[in-house]
Design a protein around this ligand. Structure first.
Ligand code: ZLV
Ligand code: CA
Ligand code: ZN
Length: 397
């Protein structure tokens, strides 16, 4: 009202359609949508819903998804079922299905699933555009590998690209930050020819003992987007390749130093952050040794710059720790501090009990739970930061 000061703190919105939970990639597949059920239960148990606006977004439509994706690809996605799938069909393979790894299986309700998580990211972006919120959260999104006509690495529709495209209608410069343990290749590729999106990804990079590169195999420090000097996107991607076993202090230092330099130089009018939880210690697919609070420190750092922020999920393959992390990061957004002892009466409380360390608490010690030897020496990290700073000079600004 007239004369009233804008209340201190940030207005936060939480965009979640619970129907996303009921989809299954298959029992042996590491991507478990029910980790979102666990996340929601923790958020509710701590009472965080009273500190933010809750939205239940509708699924995105075919036409909305076609803003980025090819219509032939979308037609295939919307029609394919486990019953009618033809795994030897060249179209099937060319769209990224089947193959040896079967990272992207066809499962019941696939189209429903992709339109739900995409609808939530688009709804969250709308809220930022309308200035309904300072921070909009969608933990069900963050599927950063999907290309415009290819499914890749558990990702079928790239909700991040769609949300950024919406933000670009009213923002001159959008910064994309990705702390999933995998390279955010799909988002980088989608915006490689524009200077209106800067993509920054931190990830594990390197060849394993078995000779295979860590998925997707791209994102070395020298990959800065197009090299053609007439391409406007030149210099508008920054990749931070990291080795196994990085610890809290190293990651926090890397993240703060490099992200701070990028924000100061690029001066984005909005930020989209993919907060994949597979960079935590003990993740089933990850290689890092981060604790929940170090992961959350990255969200806190980005929040502190005070730009409109879209915060989305991503990977995360040890469901109880995914839920803990995203609950913690929700509390960071609203500015609340949570006690580590989990509230009584959490549905699915069993999921958080009986661990060697960390049973019944929000902040277990995840450092070295999978004992990935730390291959990141101070010298290598120093060199990495120097090269990142050098790369930033290629961005005209
Ligand atoms: O978290 O693991 O490594 C966003 C995200 O970034 C591969 N795919 C492909 C290329 C050849 N390999 C297959 C190796 C399989 C190793 C065993 C799995 C077991 C069952 C199902 C899938 C996997 C798997 N797949 C582990 N890592 C992969 C990656 C894709 C990673 C996508 C990360 C997605 C949501
Ligand atoms: Ca990443
Ligand atoms: Zn990942």
């Amino acid at each position: 009202e007239y004369g009233m000061e804008k209340p201190k703190g940030y207005s936060v919105s939480f965009h979640y359609n619970p129907h996303v939970e009921y989809h299954h990639f298959g029992s042996s597949h590491p991507m478990k949508p029910w980790r979102l059920t666990l996340t929601k239960q923790l958020v509710l148990a701590y009472g965080l819903e009273y500190c933010m606006e809750l939205y239940e977004p509708r699924p995105a439509t075919f036409d909305e998804l076609a803003i980025f994706h090819d219509r032939e690809y979308l037609s295939f996605l919307s029609n394919v079922t486990p019953q009618n799938a033809k795994p030897d069909d060249p179209a099937y393979l060319s769209f990224g299905f089947g193959g040896e790894s079967n990272d992207c299986p066809v499962f019941d309700g696939l189209w429903n699933y992709v339109s739900i998580y995409s609808g939530a990211s688009m709804n969250a972006a709308w809220n930022l555009l309308n200035k309904q919120s300072d921070i909009a959260i969608n933990w069900s999104g963050g599927l950063h590998h999907a290309k415009k006509n290819v499914a890749s690495g558990f990702c079928y529709i790239n909700d991040i690209v769609l949300a950024i495209q919406l933000l670009l209608t009213q923002n001159q410069r959008v910064l994309y930050i990705d702390i999933d343990v995998h390279h955010g290749d799909g988002v980088e590729a989608a915006f490689e020819s524009t200077d209106r999106v800067f993509t920054l990804s931190y990830h594990k990079f390197g060849i394993d003992r078995n000779g295979y590169p860590f998925f997707p195999g791209t994102g070395n420090i020298n990959e800065m987007g197009p090299t053609d000097p007439t391409n406007r996107g030149k210099g508008h991607s920054l990749n931070i390749p990291i080795d196994d076993g990085i610890d809290d202090d190293q990651y926090k230092w890397l993240f703060k130093t490099i992200t701070g330099a990028v924000i100061n130089k690029y001066n984005p009018t909005a930020i989209v952050m993919q907060s994949g939880a597979d960079s935590l210690g003990g993740d089933r697919l990850g290689r890092f040794n981060l604790n929940i609070k170090a992961h959350g420190f990255c969200v806190e750092t980005v929040k502190s710059y005070g730009r409109p922020l879209l915060l989305i999920g991503g990977g995360g393959y040890t469901p109880r720790n995914v839920a803990r992390t995203w609950c913690h990061e929700t509390s960071v957004c609203v500015g609340a501090e949570l006690h580590s002892k989990l509230p009584a009466h959490i549905p699915y409380i069993q999921a958080f009990q009986g661990e060697e360390n960390g049973g019944g608490i929000l902040y277990p010690d995840l450092h070295n739970t999978k004992r990935h030897e730390n291959l990141n020496t101070p010298q290598k990290l120093q060199k990495l930061v120097e090269q990142a700073m050098e790369n930033l000079r290629y961005m005209e600004g």
